[in-house]
Write a protein that binds this ligand. Structure first.
Ligand code: NAD
Length: 355
C-alpha cells in the first residue's frame, strides 16, 4: 500500500426517519436558548412547523438564503441574528441554506445544526463559497463545520424528482473526484465507493417514486458519504469547472455538476486507472464509467447540455481561460485543446469521449 495521510473531520450525525424531533434536545445540549432558524422562501411552511415544535428555543427566522451565499444576504441575516440576540444557528434546507449558516458561524462563532434537505453534502464539509461583487471565493476552515447534522428522510420527500436526481449527481461528483484526488486515501476511497453505489441504486427509484422512503433514505446515506469525501480531500478539474460555470454564468449548481461530470471522468480516465476501477465497481460494472454516468442523465430525465440550462455559447472561451488561468491540481494536466473539446461536448450534450 502507498503511504498516505488521513484527516477526519469531527461529526455528530443523527440519522433516520423522525430524527427532526431531536432538534430541541440537540440545541439544549449545545447550551442554546434562542436559535436563528435559516431557510429559503419556498420552505416557509416547514419552518412554521419547526418554530411551533421548538417553542422559545426558536429565537428568530431568516428565510432569505440564496444560491452561492452572497455577502449582502449574509449581512441582512446578521442584522436579524443580532437584533434577536440569537445564540445558535439551525439551517434547514439545501446547500444554499447551509452555506448561509456557515457564513454566519464564520462571523459570530455560533454553533450550527444542519438539517439537509438536498444531497449537496455541504453539511459535512469545512468549505464555504461566498459571492461578493460577482466573484465567488472559497475558503476551508474547521470552524465552518456544523456541530450536529440531522438527516431526517422526511425532510427530503418534497424535493422534486429532477432536483433530487441532479443533486444526487452533484454528490456523486464529490466522491468521483476524491478517488483521484492528490490526497486520496484508502478510507475516503472506500467511503466514495459506498456513497456512489447508494446513490446509483436509489436515484432511479426516487425519480419513479419520489415518496419511496427506503430509496430516499439510501440516497441520504449516499449523500452523507459523498459529502464526507468532499470535506476530507482536495477536489480537481470537475469542481473547478463547475465553480467557474456557476459563478460566471449563474448556472444552476446541481444541474451543472450533473452535466459536466461524465466529460471530466473521460478526460481524467487515462491518468487515473485505479480510480476508474473503483468507480466502475461502484457503478455496478458494465460500460466505461463516463458512458454510464452520461447515460444516467437520460435515465433520470435530466438535461444533457449546458446550452439547455442557460449557458451562453460565447462564454465557452471565457470559461476555458478562467480554468487554465488558475488551475486546480488535476491527475491529468489541464490542456487547452482537449479541454476545449470537453466544454464543447458538455455544451452540446453529446457523449463524452477520450481525447
Ligand atoms: P439549494 O439549496 O439552492 O436548493 C435548491 C432549491 O430547492 C431551493 O429553492 C430550495 O428551497 C429547494 N429545496 C431544497 N430542499 C427542498 C426540499 N426537500 N423540498 C422542496 N424544495 C427544496 O440547492 P443545492 O444544490 O442543495 O445547494 C447549492 C448551493 O450549495 C450552491 O451555492 C453551492 O455552491 C453550495 N454547495 C456547497 C458545498 C460545500 O461543501 N460548501 C457543497 C455543495 C453545494
Amino acid at each position: 500500500m502507498q503511504p498516505f495521510t488521513y484527516n477526519a473531520n469531527p461529526a455528530r450525525v443523527l440519522f433516520g426517519a423522525g430524527r427532526l424531533a431531536d432538534l430541541g434536545a440537540e440545541l439544549e445540549r449545545l447550551g442554546a436558548k434562542r436559535a436563528l432558524i435559516i431557510s429559503t422562501p419556498s420552505q416557509r411552511p416547514v419552518i412554521a412547523a419547526l418554530v411551533a415544535q421548538l417553542g422559545t428555543l426558536a429565537g428568530a427566522v431568516f428565510d432569505g438564503a440564496t444560491m452561492h451565499t452572497p455577502t449582502d444576504v449574509t449581512a441582512a441575516a446578521l442584522v436579524v441574528l443580532k437584533e434577536r440576540q440569537c445564540d445558535a444557528l439551525v439551517a434547514l434546507g439545501g446547500g444554499s441554506t447551509i452555506g448561509l449558516a456557515k457564513a454566519l458561524a464564520l462571523r459570530t462563532g455560533l454553533p450550527q445544526i444542519a438539517i439537509p434537505t438536498t444531497y449537496a453534502g455541504s453539511e459535512v464539509t469545512p468549505i464555504l463559497g461566498e459571492t461578493a461583487n460577482g466573484v465567488k471565493t472559497t475558503r476551508r476552515s474547521p470552524s465552518l463545520l456544523p456541530q450536529v447534522v440531522i438527516y431526517d428522510v422526511g425532510q427530503t420527500l418534497s424535493l422534486p424528482p429532477a432536483m433530487s436526481a441532479s443533486s444526487g449527481l452533484n454528490a456523486i461528483a464529490h466522491a468521483v473526484e476524491s478517488l483521484y484526488s492528490r490526497d486520496a486515501n484508502p478510507i475516503i476511497s472506500l467511503t466514495a465507493e459506498e456513497g456512489i453505489a447508494a446513490l446509483v441504486r436509489s436515484l432511479p427509484v426516487i425519480v419513479e417514486s419520489p415518496g419511496n422512503t427506503d430509496a430516499r433514505s439510501d440516497a441520504q446515506y449516499g449523500a452523507w458519504l459523498c459529502g464526507t469525501c468532499l470535506g476530507a480531500v482536495g477536489m480537481a478539474l470537475h469542481h473547478q469547472l463547475c465553480h467557474v460555470l456557476g459563478g460566471s454564468f449563474d448556472l444552476p449548481h446541481a444541474q451543472t455538476h450533473a452535466i459536466v461530470l461524465a466529460h471530466v471522468i473521460a478526460y481524467n480516465a487515462p491518468a487515473a486507472p485505479e480510480a476508474m476501477v473503483r468507480l466502475g465497481r461502484a457503478l455496478g460494472g458494465g460500460k466505461e464509467p463516463w458512458t454510464q454516468v452520461h447515460g444516467m442523465l437520460g435515465k433520470l430525465g435530466l438535461p444533457a447540455s449546458l446550452r439547455g440550462i442557460g449557458m451562453p455559447e460565447e462564454g465557452l472561451q471565457h470559461a476555458l481561460d478562467l480554468v487554465l488561468g488558475d488551475s486546480y491540481w488535476n491527475p491529468r494536466p489541464m490542456e487547452q485543446a482537449p479541454l476545449r473539446n470537453l466544454l464543447r461536448r458538455a455544451f452540446d450534450g453529446t457523449a463524452p469521449t477520450l481525447d
